[in-house]
Design a protein around this ligand. Structure first.
Ligand code: UT7
Length: 331
């Protein structure tokens, strides 16, 4: 027993911001951004809701799967930038899609979210008789956590959504997931400060500073520390997922890594002895869209016809937590 992706969809906001646009607001240059990250432009939401971007991607995925929303049994939404504390994004998307036979779950696994969701989808499909069709929606408004005065982070991120429909399939997928919370303080963005009418100022202040660097509602990132760990986690998790599948990373037909920095990807694939031509990279057009990166890449690959029946695909992600994971499956 295994899984098969039968449809994929994506949505990127209309507003495109080029590297040159950042030259006007922070001390940076197109040359620095391209050389150090591989990014040339990114799509930024203009106050669009996270659920709404996800909904657009989900509708396209259903259409490409030739399925009606009522056929979906489970919706898994991955996001670290939801619109609400509650209800869940999955519930809102379920309602708007009219997926009346589905239940929904949100997961917050940062940039590794899609890998975790695909792993969950297979586990649900394998272990239950009443779940056959799973819709995964990864939608991120990550730029709402970005400080556009901080040149070391603002140039890196974009917004968008990707979605896939997963069904029972003939080929088992193999995954390796992990996290190391000791590194939670190298990449984070606080929710609103906790507190209530009866809490005094001092209590509110303490609650704001559990991590060493106070950045208010904006993201904090120790870029070089994330970079080093990202390479190690990507290499080890893809190796371990492949080991479970009885293959080597070099045997994969297509590898879709999380799109955070082209240099991270290049270093990891060198260590894994993977041919560059087998690695899909779209970071120059999207920047880092957190958990939406991998399903957007998958959609582009399906659309371009580059993914062929029975191709072996490896996906590998990492993100704030630090969290990481890889999955190997056939299309
Ligand atoms: O989804 C997971 C989340 N994030 C990541 O995976 C990001 C991981 N980290 C990275 O991709 C890289 O560390 C960055 C792209 C963030 C930074 O690249 P780096 O090569 O590690 O540069 P650095 O942080 O070591 O900084 C080198 C220099 C510094 O200047 P000084 O101190 O040498 O004078 C920075 O202030 O580059 C400077 N710098 C910039 N210069 C121009 C940092 N950002 C910029 C910028 N434009 N946008």
């Amino acid at each position: 027993m295994g899984i098969k992706i039968v449809g994929a969809g994506m949505y990127l906001p209309e507003k495109v911001v080029a590297n040159e646009d950042f030259e006007k607001i922070v001390d940076t240059s197109n040359e620095w951004i391209v050389k150090r990250t591989g990014i040339k432009k990114r799509h930024l939401s203009q106050g669009e809701y996270t659920f709404d971007m996800g909904l657009k991607a989900a509708r396209e995925a259903l259409k490409n799967a030739n399925m009606d929303a009522t056929e979906i049994d489970l919706i898994i939404v991955t996001t670290v930038t939801p619109d609400f504390y509650f209800p869940s994004m999955a519930n809102v998307i379920q309602g708007r899609l009219g997926a009346k036979n589905a239940f929904g779950i949100d997961i917050a696994c940062a940039c590794a979210g899609f890998v975790y969701a695909l792993d969950m989808a297979q586990r649900y499909i394998d272990s239950s008789d009443d779940i056959e069709n799973v819709l995964i929606v990864s939608s991120e408004n990550i730029t709402k956590t970005v400080d556009y005065k901080d040149r070391s982070t603002c140039v890196l991120f974009g917004d968008g959504a990707g979605a896939v429909v997963v069904k029972k399939g003939p080929n088992k997928a193999y995954s390796y997931l992990g996290c190391d919370g000791e590194y939670a303080d190298i990449l984070y963005a606080h929710l609103y400060p906790s507190g209530n009418y009866f809490a005094d100022e001092e209590t509110n202040r303490k609650n704001k500073s559990i991590f060493p660097n106070e950045t208010g509602r904006y993201m904090y990132m120790d870029g070089p520390a994330v970079y080093r760990l990202a390479v190690d986690f990507m290499v080890s998790s893809l190796e371990k997922a492949c080991e479970k599948a009885g293959i080597k990373p070099a045997d994969l037909d297509i590898i879709i890594p999380h799109q955070a920095n082209v240099r991270i990807i290049e270093t990891a694939i060198r260590k894994l002895s993977i041919l560059k031509e087998r690695v899909y990279v779209n970071i120059e057009n999207t920047g880092n869209i957190s958990s939406a990166c991998i399903p957007v890449c998958l959609t582009e690959l399906f659309k371009s016809g580059r993914l062929k029946e029975n191709n072996r695909v490896g996906i590998v992600g990492f993100g704030a937590g630090m969290i990481y994971g890889a999955m190997v499956f056939s299309v």
